[in-house]
Ligand binder design. Structure first.
Ligand SMILES: Cc1ncc(COP(=O)(O)O)c(C=O)c1O
Length: 446
């Protein structure tokens, strides 16, 4: 059998699962950080030492005055939605391509997500479509820096400013990414990051809210703590000898949540944060290396990053054009065959998402949390149904159908050596050189 035979037909795979590094990577620094917490015996508290130190260090990286640790990225976004004053029935515009938490953070605060389609080259919210989505109930715009590539913040902010709207960044996938030289997290009124295990910065689970605004910070801290009255000034009154007896008054001003992080996650995240700049540079170098190789292949388009931005390549999405590659298959059939062929070669090729956000029953059924909440507080069901129709988001559909994500959450690009990246390029070249056989694979599996 020829060494070039595709692995899916019995040939030798280009690489194995064991060649990859898995994520997150835990070293002596993380072990020491968690032990430091256990030895100290202070395990929790919004003002506890690891949480506060992490918040200071993270804010320095995000270029913001404030950062607040939360227990997830979703809760960081929900804190932001609440802090900027989104009320029941208010609309928040989000991109139609994202992880579902973007819409959920709006809905769980009583807001109603409205969607705009994305640009096919970056997968980010298309600012040209914003005006048409803004209505009387619109309160905020929440762009997502999807895959670690910043959205077009200048264009989005200009529209938001002109229409009196607040901008919240969903920076869950984009730690250390920059837009026109400024770090994400500092580009709107507030932002939310995720520290979930797959992210470039991990704490197992966790999130971070960031802002430059003192009032938003105070409000966010209240949202995070049962809606309790916690003046910022009281944070300095923390007494390490009685860490569970904080200085906050036990009076709740409004319906908040309990979204605090804990000391082990904060300490772990501090150790990871110290390594993040170097790891980000490695991720960017890996992406450059792979993109150079893939750009040579007819009909293949590596991830596009506009010149005024730096992506951190949390995910690496490759687009393909069947016609340009001379393959007689519809996009989705080609996607499936390509994924199967690459997987057989040992490549971690995944879809990550296959629905636009409005296609999730979570949204499209308009049932929400029961009795139609929060949709029932908004525009008429017919108007919402019309705005959520898949036909309104053709570029999200086209992007999902005609692309695949290389590397998985367990074995992401950021974790890999240059050798593994070269094997990915080799595997892709091998499959693409025999792309006529993808038709065979597609027909066998249809
Ligand atoms: C774009 C986006 N937003 C929000 C989230 C939510 O983060 P978490 O899973 O930490 O709640 C994620 C990640 O899972 C995400 O990818």
């Amino acid at each position: 059998m020829s060494a070039k035979e595709l692995a899916i037909f019995g040939g030798t795979a280009v690489l194995t699962t064991e060649d990859h590094r898995t994520w997150p990577q835990v070293g002596d620094e993380e072990r020491a950080a968690v032990m430091r917490v256990l030895d100290r015996g202070v395990l929790s508290g919004g003002d506890a030492p690891e949480a506060r130190a992490f918040e200071r260090e993270f804010a320095a990286h995000a270029g913001t005055k404030h950062a607040l640790l939360t227990h997830s990225g979703t809760s960081a976004l929900q804190v932001a939605v609440a802090a900027v004053g989104v009320e029941a029935g208010d609309e928040v515009i989000v991109p139609s391509y994202s992880f579902v938490a973007t819409a959920l953070a709006v809905m769980s605060q009583g807001g109603i997500p409205r969607f705009v389609d994305v640009k096919e080259d970056t997968g980010n919210m298309d600012p040209a479509l914003l005006e048409a989505a803004i209505g009387e109930r619109t309160r905020a715009i929440m762009p997502v820096h999807v895959h670690g590539c910043p959205a077009d913040m200048a264009a989005i902010r200009a529209i938001a400013d002109a229409r009196g709207l607040v901008v919240i960044e969903d920076a869950a996938q984009a730690h250390l990414a920059t837009y026109q030289g400024e770090p994400v997290g500092s580009l709107g009124a507030a932002a939310g990051f995720s520290l979930q295990s797959s992210k470039n910065l991990s704490a197992g689970e966790g999130g971070v809210f960031t802002t430059n605004d003192d009032d938003l910070m105070e409000r966010a801290n209240q949202v995070r703590n049962f809606g309790q009255d916690i003046p910022l000034a009281s944070r300095d009154g923390y007494d390490p000898t009685r860490p569970l007896d904080g200085s906050r008054a036990h009076v709740s001003l409004f319906p908040g949540h309990m979204f605090r992080g804990n000391e082990m996650m904060a300490a772990f995240a501090r150790a990871q944060l110290a390594k993040l700049p170097e790891r980000t540079a490695a991720s960017q170098a890996n992406a450059r290396r792979l993109s150079e190789a893939l750009a040579e292949l007819p009909g293949i388009t590596p991830p596009h990053v506009p010149e005024d931005r730096q992506s951190v390549f949390h995910k690496y999405r490759v687009r393909f054009d069947a016609q340009a590659a001379g393959i007689d298959l519809p996009a989705r059939a080609l996607r499936g065959a390509l994924k199967d062929a690459l997987n057989a070669e040992g490549v971690n090729a995944v879809l990550w998402q296959d629905h636009s956000l409005p296609e999730h029953p979570l949204v499209s059924k308009l049932e929400g949390y029961g009795h139609g909440w929060p949709f029932s507080a908004g525009a008429s069901p017919d108007a919402l149904r019309a705005s959520y129709a898949s036909a309104n988001f053709p570029r999200t559909r086209a992007l999902l159908d005609s692309s695949i994500v290389l590397f998985s959450q367990t074995r992401p690009l950021i974790a890999q050596t240059a050798e593994v990246v070269d094997r990915y390029a080799e595997a892709f070249r091998k499959v693409w050189a025999q792309r006529d056989r993808l038709v065979e694979i597609a027909h066998a599996t249809s």
